[in-house]
Design a protein around this ligand. Structure first.
Ligand SMILES: C[S@@+](CC[C@H](N)C(=O)[O-])C[C@H]1O[C@@H](n2cnc3c(N)ncnc32)[C@H](O)[C@@H]1O
Length: 402
């Protein structure tokens, strides 16, 4: 048994079976032995999985191009007759605006800092007013990860501010963009199952028996129950529940919805953006997903048991984009884009073609990266994008380019 396995086992021996969300939290984020706390390389060909960032810098550059347009548009809401073409005009100033720069780009889940590096490199080259007007904020709870990011981003440190938690950013203080790439899918989920006899959800909790971690079917805890009822029960028609087989299993992720709602509250004016693999609410109930979407990955393989080897493997579940979108709407945001990553990136791509002077030339290698990001059999279809905007800044919806 690994040291982390031992920590989890001890917690179970004191508290009884724990929720899967607690198991996942310890497996990924236990401060010393958690998967994301280790110095190891988790992403890329030597790691356990790929993300869009691992395909090359084009992903970050397309995002940077989009962010620059959003900030330009945001700034142009205040007439600024002296601004030049690549200059971002001054932001509408709010009394609650406590940060020094006009605009902020806030990234959460920055991991090793590679995406921030790609975005900042492009912005500094192509939007030269950037250093004076925009502050890049990284939300990073882990001191170990922050250390790795500081190394990767050493040449940009005067443009970056690190905060250990979203809560450290004052409410309505951000004018700009808050975003995360594959952030929400790494948040702890509850695993719930359908009790067809009693027409209600039960919870799969984790216990320790015969030298290993095992699933145990128990009555749902109040947290799992309330998130199940928030995101599942009320919208499930009886046509569906009457055919849902006993034991049909899925996940609920209250931490993703809570995070999104809190992020929405940080925006004075601007956008909230998630790029992640996930599904809409009803897609979770496809018969092919009767065992849910929870997966463990090691060395680019899906592992047979997510409870084996906590701390040594990645654990992830699909994001429920309907639940996240609802959380944003309940915080007053308006959805401006909800579709595939292919649609989102192709829309940006088209604008770079229409206006080639404003983007890096499309070489064959860069086009190959773009195809990997957008091809349905690579990252184009399984990855989705949700963009929401504050009310005063929501009249320009993005059309899908796919
Ligand atoms: C799957 S990795 C994505 C990494 C990177 N964005 C990319 O696309 O290559 C998920 C990252 O989110 C981080 N993370 C999870 N919850 C977080 C939170 N509440 N705030 C900030 N980062 C978080 C993890 O530590 C991990 O580095």
């Amino acid at each position: 048994m690994t040291e982390l396995g031992d920590i989890i086992r001890q917690e179970i021996s004191v508290c009884g079976p724990i929720s899967f969300a607690r198991f996942m939290e310890l497996a990924l984020y236990e401060p010393t032995f958690g998967y994301y706390e280790r110095q190891a390389k988790q992403i890329g060909c030597q790691g356990d999985f790929y993300t869009s960032v691992s395909t090359g810098p084009v992903f970050g550059e397309l995002l940077a191009f989009q962010f620059a347009d959003w900030l330009q548009e945001l700034g142009s809401r205040v007439t600024s007759p002296h601004s030049t073409a690549d200059e971002v005009p001054a932001a509408p100033h709010s009394p609650a605006h406590s940060l020094e720069s006009h605009f902020q780009i806030v990234e959460a889940g920055a991991h090793d800092g590679r995406l921030a590096h790609d975005i900042l490199s492009w912005m500094n080259t192509h939007r030269t007013a950037f250093p004076q007007q925009i502050e890049y904020v990284i939300v990073e709870p882990s001191p170990a990860r922050q250390g790795m990011q500081r190394k990767m981003l050493s040449k940009f440190t005067c443009q970056i501010r690190w905060v250990p938690a979203l809560d450290k950013i004052p409410a309505t203080s951000v004018t700009g963009v808050i975003f995360g790439n594959e952030l929400l899918d790494a948040m702890p989920v509850h695993r719930i199952g359908w009790n067809s006899r009693e027409n209600c959800w039960f919870e799969w909790r984790v216990t320790f028996v015969d030298g290993g971690f095992r699933w145990v079917r128990m009555e749902a805890s109040s947290e799992a129950k309330s998130s199940a009822s928030t995101y599942h029960d009320p919208t499930l028609p009886t046509e569906l529940t009457s055919v849902l087989p006993d034991g049909f299993t899925t996940e609920v992720c209250p931490s993703a919805s809570t995070w999104w709602k809190r992020a929405a509250q940080k925006l004075q004016n601007g956008k909230l953006l998630a790029l992640d693999y996930g599904l809409t609410h009803y897609e979770f109930f496809n018969p092919s997903r009767s065992n849910g979407t929870l997966r463990a990955y090691g060395h680019h393989h899906v592992l047979s048991n997510v409870l084996d080897d906590p701390g040594a493997v990645d654990i992830t579940a699909h994001v429920n984009f309907t639940a996240v979108e609802n959380a944003g709407v309940s915080a007053g945001l308006v959805t401006i884009f909800s579709d595939s990553q292919a649609g989102f990136l192709t829309g940006i791509f088209k604008r770079t073609i229409d206006d080639p002077d404003r983007f890096t030339p499309w070489t064959p290698d860069r086009l190959r990266q773009f195809k990997t990001l957008t091809h349905p059999e690579h990252l184009g279809r399984s990855f989705k994008v949700l963009a929401q905007a504050t009310h005063q800044y929501s009249d320009r919806r993005i059309s899908s380019g796919g």
